[in-house]
Design a binder for this molecule. Sequence first.
Ligand SMILES: C[S@@+](CC[C@H](N)C(=O)[O-])C[C@H]1O[C@@H](n2cnc3c(N)ncnc32)[C@H](O)[C@@H]1O
Length: 300
Amino acid sequence: MPKPEPRPRICDYEGSNYRTEFWERKDRDYEDRVERIALRRLLPPNGQRLLELGAGFGRLTNEYYTYKQVILVDYSLSQLQYAQENFGRSDRFIYVAADAYKLPFRPGVFDAATMIRVIHHMTDVPRVLTEIRRVMTPNAPFILEHANKQNIKAIFRYLIKKQGWNPFDLAPVEFVELNFDFHPAYITRELSRAGFVVRRRLPVSFFRVGALKEHLPTDVLASLDSLLQYTGLMVTPSIFVQAASDQRSAFSTTDDEDDIFACPETGAPLHREGDTLVSKATGLRWAIRDGIYDFKAPLE
Ligand SMILES: C[S@@+](CC[C@H](N)C(=O)[O-])C[C@H]1O[C@@H](n2cnc3c(N)ncnc32)[C@H](O)[C@@H]1O
């Protein structure tokens, strides 16, 4: 029997204070504003079913209100619980705790996907991109944000020999455990290998510098950033990519919410029994806890 592939390491946000510590206490209004500008430029304004991968506490979920249904996926149950408090329980917002490397969905059920501030935690980029591609319909937009190793600060530090790693080299750099910076050309190459066509890229966050953010009004910085995004100068700490899935994948639209799911371990269909989803093929059972589908581990 073939050995199961080792599971890639996961950056676990379970129980973390990401929302209060990273976004609120550190005043990242500027970053939030310019990311929304880029997202609005790249994501088609409406569609049927959007996958928000690594949704966290739902910081950006209100950008997707015009989509008929949004599926928020995150490995952290506690982040999803917070999102659920905000967006409520309904057919429009579905909360799914799952690993991005093993998505619990049938092929071709999403006609749009976003992954913002998440891939920098991924040790196996080809694997996660292939998995995302699997669950998308053909020609579906995928908006991916990635941390850019070829940013001005890294180039400067490298030139004055204050930094060992080369920002022009294609290989990802793990600058802190489970935090990677990527070369834009590496991401483009891996997207294409996974079955995506890259359509457009925007450099974002030109002014992510403490002193500037402290002394200049956020409105001014955000307006300037908005203009500079059009320059195509890929030297910012963050890059937004608009890709589209190619013709290869399945196309299985369904209106039944439970019908989108498949066993993350085997891909087998699942049927609902009360507050569980069950695979007839393997007997594996997955819990639905207070409205959140939990695919992190099967029930004993
Ligand atoms: C920096 S946060 C970004 C959250 C949100 N996208 C935002 O921009 O505010 C990264 C998120 O990715 C999630 N994550 C990391 N690895 C994951 C994996 N393998 N599968 C699913 N989610 C993952 C974490 O739980 C966390 O909520």
